[in-house]
Design a binder for this molecule. Structure first.
Ligand code: NAP
Ligand code: HSE
Length: 431
């Protein structure tokens, strides 16, 4: 009897190429682990003539029906990216009784509920480990290994492109445009990199993690998002003087107010473990009531790390087929918890502004903060810019809504020329 499980790939780009490469180099070992051979039978692409970095005996096609309607294909691996046609093709594959593996956070964050329901109805699995954290195992650990915990916080660096960019800007002083082009050339960045630098890629990932961690549906619309486009070299330099490193953080918390999820740049102290996460690496902290703090670290993007997670999901689906089991866990959003906004969150803040350089200015600035009950921890006059003074302020922990009002009051002062940057300070030392 032929003991081969046939697979259809949708997409043969950066990650699809990595998957084909792992199948070539590790096929025998993978077969031993699951008790069956795995074979990529067909691959959907846009352009049949495009040269491919990885050679593969699969039949290339531009017609998705060739894969979706092939009765031999039991596992469909979606690696197209974007919302459509990826979403419709995944839905059709599930409806045709095929297990689906995907690296697509756009589709899982937006259409997860519908796809899980379709998988349930048709008795197949939907696996998406590679959709968050590239090669880092985080979805299955949250769903299975930490299942006995009440999780209160998930915080991390979940976008490789922006971590790579901020790291290069911090350590080598490389400018924004140059370092973005480097990330694109290395295959980390999305086809449209505004999703990376604007924080939307990280927002989709934290929506997925928060939904699993807190057992309630957190959708993209629930996540407050700010990217890295407003970070200037001056902020990186002043941060360094204050022993801070700037990172794009994705944070989800549950407390007595409900659940909050947000993405924003943040200063973290240089001794914080996240400050040491460099290059394209990602790291995710999970705080549970039983486990305490656990951290997951690894390469968050790139062909081979992402393909590592995709191939493990394929093997998981293959095991179900081989052992005729259905031990999979689909949707875990059993509750409907209140989502609270970023305005209700608290942290210290760093503020950089330009003001008139004359007596009485500091008192006016302090008054603007005092009027909103915002206490200042430190005020530093950094340098003269023309006939103006650049001033950096650090507040004590403050409610976000109060801070925003104080910044508005500040911007309205005649002695303040410009509020250049506002960055949250995050970490245990900042609480
Ligand atoms: P990519 O390099 O742009 O590859 C996309 C592939 O899909 C290409 O082979 C392309 O065909 C094919 N394709 C796209 N639209 C198609 C359509 N309408 N019909 C037929 N074929 C189509 O993308 P990628 O970087 O591999 O990313 C794939 C997925 O993995 C995305 O969801 C991404 O977010 C996720 N992901 C990527 C990374 C990473 O580091 N790159 C990490 C984690 C997750 P052609 O080759 O013919 O153009
Ligand atoms: N563009 C994403 C990143 C790829 O840079 O992290 C992984 O999802």
């Amino acid at each position: 009897m032929d003991n081969t499980i046939q697979i259809g790939l949708l997409g043969f780009g950066t990650v699809g190429g990595g998957v084909a490469q792992i199948f070539q180099s590790n096929a025998a070992m993978m077969a031993r682990k699951i008790g069956a051979d795995l074979h990529i039978k067909k691959i959907l692409v846009r352009d049949l003539k495009k040269p491919r970095a990885v050679q593969c005996d699969a039949q290339l096609t531009t017609d998705p029906a060739e894969i979706l309607n092939d009765p031999d294909i039991q596992i469909v691996v979606e690696l197209l990216g974007g919302e459509e046609p990826a979403h419709s093709l995944m839905l059709a594959a599930l409806q045709n009784g095929k297990h689906v593996v995907t690296a697509n956070k756009d589709v899982i964050a937006r259409h997860g509920r519908e796809l899980f329901a379709a998988a349930e109805q048709h008795g197949v699995n939907l696996l998406f480990e590679a959709s968050v954290g590239g090669g880092i195992p985080i979805i299955r650990p949250l769903k299975r290994c930490l299942a006995a915990n009440r999780v209160t916080e998930v915080m991390g660096i979940v976008n490789g492109t922006t971590n790579y960019m901020l790291d290069k800007m911090t350590t080598d002083g490389v400018d924004f445009a140059t370092v973005l082009a480097e990330a694109q050339a290395k295959g980390f960045a999305e086809a449209d990199p505004t999703a990376d630098v604007g924080g939307w890629d990280a927002a989709r990932k934290i929506a997925i993690l928060a939904s699993i961690a807190f057992g309630t549906r957190v959708s993209l619309e629930d996540v407050s998002v700010e990217g890295i486009t407003r970070i200037e070299p001056e902020d990186i330099d002043y941060g360094r003087e204050l022993d801070y490193v700037v990172k794009l953080l994705a944070i989800a918390q549950e407390n007595e107010k409900g659940v909050n999820a947000r993405v924003h740049p943040a200063f973290i102290h240089k001794s914080h473990p996240l400050a040491a996460v460099r290059d394209v690496f990602n790291a995710i902290f999970v705080r549970g009531d039983a486990v305490g703090d656990a951290m997951f670290y690894g390469r968050g993007a790139g062909a081979m790390p992402t393909a590592s997670a995709v191939c493990a999901d394929v093997m998981e689906a293959a095991r179900e087929i081989c052992f005729h089991s259905s031990s999979h866990i689909l949707c875990t959003c059993f509750e409907e918890k209140r989502i609270f906004s970023i305005a209700e969150t608290e942290s210290p803040y760093y503020i950089r502004l330009l003001a008139e350089d004359r007596p009485g200015v500091m008192a006016a600035i302090a008054g603007a903060f005092g009027s909103q009950q915002v206490s200042l921890n430190s005020v530093i006059q950094k340098r003269r810019v023309g006939n103006r003074a650049e001033i950096v302020l650090i507040t004590y922990k403050v409610n976000d809504a109060d801070l925003q009002l104080a910044v508005q009051t500040l911007a309205g002062l005649s002695v303040v020329n410009k509020v250049s940057t506002v960055i949250r300070v995050v970490g245990d030392d900042a609480e």
